[in-house]
Design a protein around this ligand. Structure first.
Ligand code: GDP
Ligand code: GDP
Length: 455
């Protein structure tokens, strides 16, 4: 059901199940005009990271994706947050509170030529209580003479001041090294899902929809002798098939050809088989018998694909059995019943006659492309700024959750993390997903949206 699709959103909102996939967040905090955005630009530019600053984007919610010495990072310039807070001190304090909630490391920027102000001291209190790693940046140290001003900032009691000239670059290399040292340990590298080799396809569907017929049709003369393919291990349960000039690995074809259907508990084994095929597959082709009404089991299998986060192609099989009336009715049925997978490419085929079986490869390509696609952070935040401005979250109980910034934490499937000031209700998250799809495509892939909330 639709709930399944959004279940992961709610789960992650609750306990942050997937936080390990989010690159560490470095938040830059400080009074206005101390040089926060100059520092962010300096740091990004120096390392030739992806800087995609978009003109015309309001300064709030600005986050950048960076790659420092092979670590992916999200850098957040908190400069424009919460313009509605009353008074400078309150605004900066609130900004600091948000930053420590969201960030893994905080860069606290002070203007060394001005020295520590009351506002700076209030921020120090907040930062110190948070227990988060904080690096004190003594900015505007343009020359050796100003180094003394930087040293004076030891008095803030938050550790060593790092003298930097954000404007000229002085000291920024040392600062970066200190940031890297303060970051949490990187998670162990995840297995590369694409991993070279043939793309991995699971043929799924309830008994008698035509899986083995389709497999035989596809394999035909296209079956590849395993030993001929470099870098593939012999795995007798799978089959390598050449389609559209490329080799594809069809998962657990032995299981498709084996027949459980007479035995008791066939359903149980079918579900088990589907589950384990999905674990190894990148993309699933879910076959549906077009000559029959859509069954609960069809929907369950589609939900399993979405839950597993795999790319999805829906194949309506036995198209040769349809008369005009049924065909007409089917379109409406699909629209109504498959609404949680409207994004999946669809092919109408006949495994028996071979009708449109050649459309399978383009559909697989589309789905795999969507599954692996990434939206640049700046583009994403530009999109969210516009979206939130035009359609703000409804006010609930006098509060209106804001989206501070967003980042795409992962691909295969695309996973987005929204940093928010409150819980976004389900209808709004659905709206966000719909607009994300309209804007960026993502045909053939589930997308996952999680929240990191600071209540
Ligand atoms: P923010 O409000 O904290 O983001 O500050 P900005 O980055 O907008 O900088 C405020 C002003 O300080 C700008 O005029 C900058 O050119 C200037 N500035 C920033 N960093 C330095 C620096 O290292 N040295 C000097 N001399 N000026 C700086
Ligand atoms: P599986 O249980 O999903 O592997 O389904 P099978 O491939 O064994 O097919 C079940 C039955 O449907 C067999 O009698 C097939 O001949 C028939 N069948 C499969 N595909 C088609 C099709 O496209 N058109 C028609 N008319 N029959 C089909």
């Amino acid at each position: 059901s639709e709930h399944d699709v959004y279940q992961s959103v709610a789960e992650a909102a609750g306990d942050g199940v997937r936080q390990d996939r989010v690159p560490p967040v470095v938040a830059v905090v400080g009074r206005p005009n101390v040089g926060k955005s100059t520092l962010v630009n300096r740091v990004l530019g120096r390392r030739e990271a992806v800087v995609e600053d978009v003109p015309g984007v309001t300064r709030d919610r600005v986050s950048y994706e960076a790659d420092w010495s092979g670590r992916r990072l999200t850098i957040v310039d908190t400069g424009g947050w919460l313009p509605d807070a009353t008074g400078l001190a309150a605004a900066v304090a609130e900004q600091a509170r948000l930053a420590v909630e969201l960030a893994d490391v905080v860069l606290f920027v002070v203007d060394a030529t001005v020295g520590a102000t009351d506002v700076d001291e209030a921020v120090v209190d907040i930062l110190r209580r948070s227990g988060k790693p904080v690096l004190l940046v003594a900015n505007k140290v343009d020359d050796a003479a100003t180094e003394l001003d930087a040293a004076a900032l030891w008095s803030l009691g938050i550790g060593e001041p790092h003298p930097v000239s954000a404007l000229h670059g002085r000291g920024s290399g040392d600062l970066l090294d200190a940031v890297l040292a303060a970051l949490p340990e990187p998670p162990p590298p995840t297995e590369d899902a694409a991993g070279g080799g043939p793309r991995r396809v699971a043929l799924l569907g309830r008994p008698n929809v035509g899986k083995s017929s389709l497999l035989n049709k596809l394999a035909g003369e296209n079956r590849v002798v395993v030993d001929d393919v470099a870098g593939t291990t012999r795995d007798p349960v799978d089959e390598l098939i050449e389609l559209g000039g490329r080799t594809w690995r069809f998962i657990d074809t032995a299981g498709i050809r084996r027949r459980y259907r007479e035995s008791q508990g066939a359903d149980f084994y079918a579900t088990l088989r589907t589950q384990s095929a999905l674990e190894r597959a990148e993309v699933a082709v879910v076959l549906i018998d077009a000559s029959q009404p859509l069954a609960e089991q069809d929907l369950r299998i589609i939900s399993m694909v979405i839950e597993a986060g795999r790319a999805l192609v829906i194949a309506y099989n036995k198209w040769d059995l349809l008369d005009e009336e049924r065909r007409h009715y089917l379109e409406r049925e699909i629209d109504r019943q498959l609404h949680n997978a409207r994004w999946a490419p669809r092919v109408n085929i006949s495994a028996l006659t071979g009708r449109h079986v050649d459309k399978l490869v383009p559909a697989l390509d589309t789905a795999l492309a969507g599954w692996g696609s990434r939206v640049p952070t700046a583009k994403l935040n530009q999109f969210f700024s516009a979206l939130v401005a035009a359609h703000p979250h409804p006010v609930r109980g006098g509060k209106q959750p804001k989206i501070l910034f967003a980042t795409q934490a992962d691909v295969r499937p695309p996973r987005f993390v929204l940093f928010t000031t409150g819980f976004l209700e389900e209808s709004y998250r659905r709206f966000i997903e719909r607009r994300l799809r309209e804007e960026f495509g993502f045909a053939g892939t589930p997308i996952d949206i999680t929240m990191r909330i600071r209540e």
